[in-house]
Design a protein around this ligand. Structure first.
Ligand SMILES: [Zn+2]
Ligand SMILES: [Zn+2]
Length: 100
């Protein structure tokens, strides 16, 4: 039969319980080694490893298009493709026009 074991996490050094039911689960899965990390460090490692390249931002990057401000001629970027039939303004001029 299994008995609760106290193990020490190799990452953070904290002591954690490797419970009888967990040991049973491990044995069922055929794992012969005790877990070497506490549940928190295991979860942290899983979080780091799982999704490559995605550094926390779930929002897709919006594509920006180069444009020339119709007011001051400055280079700017807009989140839509400038169509030519509507003037595009840089952020400053856009703010100025909206404040008027
Ligand atoms: Zn730990
Ligand atoms: Zn401008």
């Amino acid at each position: 039969m299994f008995q609760d074991k106290i193990l020490t996490c190799r990452d953070c050094g904290v002591e954690f319980v490797f419970s009888a039911s967990e040991q049973e689960f491990y044995a069922e899965k055929g794992f012969t080694n005790d877990p070497s990390r506490c549940p928190e460090c295991r979860a942290a490692r899983k979080r780091q490893g799982g999704y490559n390249g995605n550094s926390g931002s779930s929002r897709p990057q919006r594509e920006m298009y180069d444009a020339i401000c119709a007011e001051c001629g400055a280079k700017t970027q807009v989140p839509f493709r400038p169509s030519g039939d509507r003037p595009v303004y840089c952020r400053d001029c856009f703010d100025k026009r909206n404040r008027r």
